[in-house]
Design a binder for this molecule. Structure first.
Ligand code: GCB
Length: 605
């Protein structure tokens, strides 16, 4: 077999060989070429696009080396035909969901083919080129110049491919198939209380790195050691003994390391005086890294977060988490958030509310959110989309959940703002579920011991006394923060009932109320007992805050929710019209009365 055929066969056998298993750190700060903008699209509701069909078969057949070369030629033909189809196709903006760009796609769930042509010339012949997607919902297959680069599962985390081998000098064609069908064994599963925005919903870009480059790094304070910065750096292309440097000029840290046989460096750097990151003082240090011709810089804050009995300690001092839950939706524009401007709207509202903490529900939000939280001083709870009832017994479902968690952990490990990894939301207790979540906890602790672990759990009523609420869950044993959702005054009783409720929470852990709230239509006023009025929602907030103040371990809350958001589960005419109305702010940006109740409480706390 000649060399060319051997190369093709090897590549075909290995399939997704170019899919990057771990993500390069801090790609936003690299020299990027954006692929945002207009893309051609073809809707494919029955999944019978010849292209996809042939490529799937092609993957199967390519397992047999004899047919591999032949199939490669076939695919080239089909790609040409697809190019022809795209010439007559319509366009969509990337980033953005298809649902919000054209009325005919509003309810569409299924497959959409995207194509983007671009010219490219590397800035140095030896450079490697990465293709990065910040997020696409839900399953994404990527093809460059007729070659399948790989597939990504999960709607809310970044993925990338090293495309050096497939990139042409000059014209290139990138074809992306996105499918947002909901599946029973997926993460999340079929039923959610949010809109299933489909498509390439976040930034897409190319960036170049020298052949010898920095892959990844984690530079954070050691857990419980306020005077030691722990450093881990991994590189690619460097041989044992080659050099990597780290500079934090303001701390007078200037280090030169030699990498080990895996291209890695590990160190602990003692520091005498540090200006700790906190919401009141969101200090970020310039951190510079270099390896050969590769240079990177980041802004990193240093803080410790820990739990001692029922207290949460930030830099050793007790802190109360004044939070709010947020969906990644720009209510005013009406689509998923993706930009720094979107992040400024949402986190600006949270700041205005008096928050020092936000819960990014119910899935990983885009990186701008955590970058901005670092900058303006908001502690962050990040969440895996393990929501309600997942196929607990299915190993592939578990792997999918773990993979999505690993991607957000990898992306955000250098963000001081991120203090909580949340495993799940409102998962009904049961043996298989607890085992599943415990595995996620073990995974998380083994990769990051510097942050707290939680999950939004549930409460139940005492069967003998309606006024007694109990929090009891086997899974609670494994978390650092005991968090649960409760809707006294909305799904359970009336706002006034808050006065009567007694809580039994027999855990010596900080208690976070991850959700409470109620619906109100902005501008709809009336009696305090009338549902959907702003007054009713206001009464819930007043009652709740009084009630929760009596829980001895109470250490914070993230009421549900900052702003009204789209949900197909909310069809009630006039009041809901497709929106979950529990926002403190309407989808038009109007603040409801309850906003000011919480604001007052937080400002006095
Ligand atoms: C919950 C869920 C959240 C819903 C909310 C509601 O418990 O965690 O996703 O949107 O209740 O409004 O019912």
């Amino acid at each position: 077999m000649n060399k060319l055929i051997l190369a093709i066969v090897l590549q075909l056998i290995c399939g997704g060989i170019y899919a990057q298993s771990s993500l390069l750190q801090n790609s936003y700060s690299r020299n990027k070429t954006t692929l945002n903008g207009k893309w051609n699209v073809i809707i494919d509701p029955y999944d019978n696009g010849s292209y996809s069909y042939r490529l799937e078969r092609f993957d199967e057949m390519s397992k047999s080396p004899r047919s591999a070369y032949y199939m490669d030629q076939q695919v080239k033909d089909k790609t040409d035909r697809l190019e022809y189809n795209f010439e007559t196709a319509e366009t969509l903006m990337v980033p953005g969901s298809w649902n919000m760009q054209n009325d005919k796609y509003y309810w569409y769930e299924g497959s959409m083919w995207y194509r983007r042509k671009f010219d490219y010339s590397k800035s140095a012949a030896s450079n490697e080129v990465m293709l990065r997607f910040e997020g696409a919902n839900y399953k994404t297959d990527v093809y460059l110049n007729g070659k399948k680069l790989g597939q990504h599962i999960g709607g809310f985390t970044p993925f990338e491919f090293n495309i050096t081998e497939h990139l042409k000098d000059g014209a290139n064609s990138l074809v992306v198939l996105v499918n947002n069908n909901r599946h029973r064994d997926a993460v999340p599963t079929i039923n959610t209380d949010w809109f299933n925005y489909g498509g390439i919903t976040r930034d897409v870009f190319l960036y170049e790195v020298p052949q010898k480059h920095i892959n990844d790094y984690c530079i954070q304070l050691r857990k419980d050691r306020k005077n030691q910065i722990s450093v881990k750096i991994s590189t690619s292309g460097l041989q044992k003994g080659e050099k990597v440097s780290l500079n934090i000029p303001e701390l007078k840290i200037s280090k030169e390391y030699t990498v080990d046989q895996n291209g890695e460096v590990e160190d602990d750097i003692p520091v005498k005086k540090l200006n700790y990151w906190s919401p009141e003082n969101p200090k970020l240090y310039n951190v510079e890294l270099a390896a050969g011709e590769d240079q990177l810089s980041d802004k990193i804050g240093f803080r410790t977060i820990a739990v001692e009995g029922t207290k949460i300690l930030l830099n050793g001092e007790q802190v109360f988490l004044k939070g709010i839950s947020i969906h990644e939706e720009n209510p005013v524009r009406g689509d998923r958030c993706f930009s720094m401007d979107d992040a400024r709207i949402l986190l600006g509202w949270a700041k205005d509310l008096g928050c020092n903490f936000v819960r990014l529900a119910h899935y990983p939000h885009n990186e701008n959110m955590v970058r901005l939280a670092d900058e303006i001083g908001l502690m962050v709870w990040e969440e895996n989309p393990v929501y309600w009832t997942i196929a607990w017994e299915n190993e592939a479902t578990y792997q999918n959940a773990q993979n999505q968690l690993s991607e957000v952990m990898s992306r955000d490990k250098n963000r001081a703002s991120v203090i909580v990894w949340s495993m799940a939301n409102e998962t009904p207790p049961g043996e298989a579920r607890t085992k599943f979540l415990k595995r996620l906890v073990d995974y998380t602790r083994s990769h990051d011991n510097t942050r707290l672990i939680s999950a939004a759990m549930e409460k139940h009523k005492d069967p003998n006394d309606k006024a007694v609420m109990i929090v009891e869950d086997k899974f609670a044993e494994y978390v650092d923060l005991l968090s649960f959702n409760e809707y006294i005054g909305w799904y359970t009783g009336k706002p006034q009932d808050c006065d009567k409720i007694k809580w039994i929470i027999n855990y010596n852990k900080p208690v976070i109320i991850s959700e409470f709230g109620g619906g109100a239509l902005a501008g709809f006023h009336g009696d305090v007992n009338e549902q959907w009025t702003e007054e009713f929602q206001e009464a819930i907030y007043k009652g709740q805050l009084k009630m929760l103040s009596k829980i001895p371990q109470w250490s914070g809350c993230t009421p549900w929710i900052l702003a009204d958001f789209r949900s197909p589960r909310r069809p009630l005419g006039y009041f809901q019209d497709g929106y979950n109305r529990k926002g403190l702010i309407s989808e038009k940006g109007d603040k409801k009365k309850a906003f000011y109740v919480l604001q007052k409480f937080y400002n006095q706390k």
